[in-house]
Design a protein around this ligand. Sequence first.
Ligand code: KIV
Ligand code: ZN
Length: 511
Amino acid sequence: MTDKLIIFDTTLRDGEQSPGASMTKEEKMRIARQLEKLGVDVIEAGFAAASPGDFDAIKSIAEVIKDSTVCSLARANEKDVRAAGEAIKPAKRGRIHTFIATSPIHMQHKLRMTEDHVVERAVQAVKWALEYTDDVEFSAEDAVRSEMDFLVRVFDAVIKAGAKTLNVPDTVGYSIPALWGERFKELIARVPNSDKVIWSTHCHNDLGMASANSLSAVLNGARQVECTINGLGERAGNASLEEIVMAVRTRRDVFSCDCRIDATQIVPTSKLVSSITGYPVQPNKAIVGANAFAHESGIHQDGVLKHRETYEIMRAEDVGWSTNKLTLGKLSGRNAFRTRLQELGIVLESEDALNAAFARFKDLADRKSEIFDEDIQALVSDEEVTQVSEHYRLVAMGAHSETGALPVARVVLNVGGKEQHADAQGGGPVDATFKAIEQIVQSGTELLLYSVNNITSGTDAQGEVTVRLSKGGRVVNGQGADTDIVVASAKSYLNALNKLHAGTERAHPQV
Ligand code: KIV
Ligand code: ZN
């Protein structure tokens, strides 16, 4: 007998809590559509009470997603729960996920609440949520450091109140697999009516064990795993969806459950999330890293050629590595472009947006002979980037470097409708370009990260640049793609500055 394992993806909520990973509504909708295509059961689309923009993004996702449940997080207070309830209202299937901390350290220092008060609030939050949907999930934040007797008491109370899913989070990534599994075994044994609800595991990766801990919970009765694409998430991240799914699939001899994920969509989803959030995937990351299926050593190559299973436990094509298709070229027309966008699940809201994206595609095809799906994704991301808010727009630029001479750059920007230009020298062409931009903008930001990745292979590939800027406690990531990495760098820097300029205040659910 194979049980159903529910895959609850929180890339758009817990993943988005990573520094600088905040996304626009359009970006969230693209990821949500891809998660639906991937086959996740529940999409946690955000934290509705964080800001009007977050509310709006969840509502828009709820309007378009049909095959996955759309969920909003809510702290255990009336305002949050009602915001979540309103945001998921348009969903075909909507869930409210409410939570409160249950560990002594959180109750004492963060909430300043007694145990009785916490139980009362948890029960009340579940009841408020039930006014909007019968699909209510309750989480005991920091369950890993909570006392077992108290956890049993809280979970018993919320089941009686009507919660259908009970989530047990390792909020700080403290557990180890054997202990996490035992925790589930004990909870399921002790909580009355535990067989009437779904037990869920939510693990953070601070000690590198988020996926292992989640899988141990599954072996001990959890039937929902909360995870993110590429393991994105605050600090060291969350359990990664691809690792959970492929572990359960590859070790069917060990796990008596399966999920409805279409594994061939894993790599495309990973690439989309990485390009939108600006969080590159490390090359040796399981399943989705560029080297995950590369056999470097001669002995391994020889073995794989003679008999694949000697060194391979999964097939690259089964997780979507071969979907890197050569799709369009210089001669492809507007209709072919539109069709490919549809096949990739990309919906451009207007004919103008399609025309602009097509113009960019033609421009790219002039510089790059082969256009892959990833190029199209990046091109559309670039299009969305420019729609975000264009207080600073790149009009023109040039950079020059020569051995023995200081690199120089010249940029022309349109700043709030007025053209300005500057020249600067720097340690390299990118440094000179950023200095020229700063001469104009004088942003006073701190550059926290600069990274370049090639979108496809080859020296004519587009470079995708991510910069992370910080100012006054706010951190933003900017992205830009171009076949010229100095231009991509300028675009990403301006994208980050535009995000800072457009910045809205958002509440963090756990602080
Ligand atoms: O890590 C955590 O405890 C959370 C909860 C809000 C579920 O993300
Ligand atoms: Zn979390």
